[in-house]
Design a protein. Structure first.
Length: 426
């Protein structure tokens, strides 16, 4: 039984069908982004200590075996197991001391042992390291009651990385884990894509700097700080961030200047259908083009992708939750394509809904949701508000990601399986 006629429109109230401007699906929009946005050309060298957040343009290969020599995994005694005849216990004379970082010509022969510390090279003749807790030491002699196996507590050369092994493929974003692997591989200089130049134009006559003076009917700017924070990572350079008035000639001037210096221009506001919405006309006045305009989602329906000259243009709606959601879904995918990041669009996983959902079908709803543990079958549960509100950011900090409610679903029972995209940094 369908129940959607009984449902009021509690969200942004923008569900009416618009036959003049057919909407495309999320996946169609993501396909267009992937086809249009090829990585910016230039690459550059960077040292490992400033590589965080950058995208590799060449694979990283290990310069030597890792570890490069057999070494002790424990503080203890290096011994040769073949000298342990009979059933024990055995007494071994300590003939050398081997701290980490010191090369040594020590050779272990017969029932002798070397005092050894974690990370120190294994001396010739030794094939086992016995933890100091497992011996009794008496002067220069250690007493051993249990036979250690060969190889015990030895980190074998090359067991982590072979020489020349590909440690990372090109297209990887360098986070702490990747940087650790590069360091172990001896990769001090890396080839990465140059920073993506992004310009931000937040429009609206009513918009004033957050926390600053404002008059009645004026609002604090949420989109500039939210998007600057979303773009704050090492592979991105914000080359301009400005406020634009609802004025065609002013926007033409600002967008023209931004497009000349940026790979990507992101705008917010001014892309709906009212006569105060001047962003699209301004792009057209600059001989820009539109790849898509309008996606069948809620919130964020008017999201638009295009070009202004050589620059890509992503037009986000003015409503802050709509701008945030569309940046998460499309902005992130676009930036990953432009920076050549191999992961592509952010991945989604399945979660189950915490409670029943009644909604008006028509557009796929991207509803901020909070993860709340697991159900008895081990499936992750997502909590959510009763509706999606494109202008209410108060509860956004509580959400972990976006729940995708299918376009045609008018009633989902508690425990329904839905897609979930965790929030991510661009
Ligand atoms: N007749 C129709 N009206 C609207 C439609 C429609 O299809 N037909 N779509 C609605 C939808 S959906 C959205 S989303 C908005 C998008 O409009 P714009 O992108 O043109 O955005 P604005 O009108 O400039 O602003 C919308 C809203 O957001 C507030 N805003 C804008 N910028 C900021 C900012 N930086 N920080 C905080 N809040 C901001 C602005 O004051 C408006 O309230 O259009 C619907 N209308
Ligand atoms: O008000 Mo709109 O579709 O919610 O972004």
């Amino acid at each position: 039984m369908t129940i959607h006629q009984a449902i009021a429109s509690p969200g942004c109230g923008c569900d009416r069908r618009d036959m003049l401007h057919p909407l495309i699906s999320i996946d169609e929009a993501l396909t267009l982004i992937a086809a249009d946005a090829t990585p910016v050309g230039r690459t550059e060298a960077t040292s490992l200590d400033s590589a965080f957040g950058r995208i590799l343009t060449q694979p990283v290969r290990s310069r030597s075996m890792a570890p490069s020599f057999d070494n002790a995994a424990m503080d203890g005694y290096a011994i040769g197991t073949s000298a342990l005849t009979g059933l024990g216990p055995w007494a071994l004379r300590v003939v050398a001391r081997m701290p980490a970082g010191q090369d040594s010509a020590t050779v272990i022969e017969g029932t002798s042992a070397a005092r050894i510390f974690t990370g120190a090279p294994i001396p010739k003749g030794a094939d086992s390291v016995v933890m100091q807790e497992d011996v009794v030491r008496d002067g220069d002699v250690i007493h051993l009651s249990r036979r250690p196996v060969a190889g015990l507590n030895i980190r074998v050369a090359g067991s982590d990385m072979a020489k020349g092994a590909t440690v990372l493929d090109k297209g990887r974003r360098l986070g702490p884990r990747e940087i650790a692997a590069c360091a172990a591989a001896g990769a001090g200089i890396l080839r990465v894509r140059r920073r993506l130049r992004v310009a931000l134009l937040v429009t609206g006559d009513e918009v004033r700097r957050a926390g600053g003076a404002r008059e009645a009917a004026q609002i604090w700017d949420v989109n500039t700080p939210m998007l600057e924070a979303s773009l704050a990572r090492a592979g991105i350079e914000i080359v301009a961030s400005a406020h634009g008035a609802d004025n065609l000639s002013g926007l033409v001037h600002q967008l023209g200047e931004m497009a000349a210096q940026a790979d990507l221009v992101i705008t917010t506001g001014g892309i709906s259908v009212g006569e105060e919405d001047h962003v699209k006309p301004a792009v057209m006045a600059l001989d820009g083009e539109t790849l898509f305009s309008g996606v069948a989602i809620k919130p964020g329906k008017p999201v638009t992708l295009g070009r202004i000259g050589k620059a890509h243009w992503l037009g986000l709606p003015g409503n802050p939750v709509s701008a945030f959601v569309t940046f998460q879904v499309f902005g992130t995918a676009l930036i990953r394509s432009l920076t050549g990041e191999a992961t592509g669009a952010p991945t989604r996983r399945h979660v189950v809904t915490a409670t029943e959902i009644r909604r008006k079908p028509g557009r796929c709803e991207l509803r901020p949701a909070t993860l709340a543990g697991f159900d008895p079958h081990g499936r992750e549960i997502a909590h959510f508000e009763d509706a999606t509100h494109s202008a209410r950011v108060g509860l956004l900090p509580l959400a972990d990601g976006l729940m995708f409610l299918p376009a045609d679903a008018d009633n989902l029972s508690a425990g329904a399986l839905v897609e979930f995209q965790p929030f991510c940094q661009s």
